[in-house]
Design a protein. Sequence first.
Length: 92
Amino acid sequence: MTGGESAPPLTGGQFLSNWNGLTLDVLFERIRLTMPSDNPGGVPRPAKADILAYLLSMNTFPPGKTELEYKAELLKEILIETSDEHARSSKD
């Protein structure tokens, strides 16, 4: 979750600043097309939506009332938006 030599962190201030203002479909598509790096197509879309939900929870986003969708067109309606308070509580 903290990143590495070839991967950025998936939690904290840098993650939040990289994705703030974008919609969830952009992040979902990045996960879908690149993870895991040795077999991105080997993990089904619903499992990737679960991974996305986990990343959001690790960054202290509140949970939704329903399971996160795994269709990119539906995720376009959800904006990743951090408040100043949220960014402060999620700093590295």
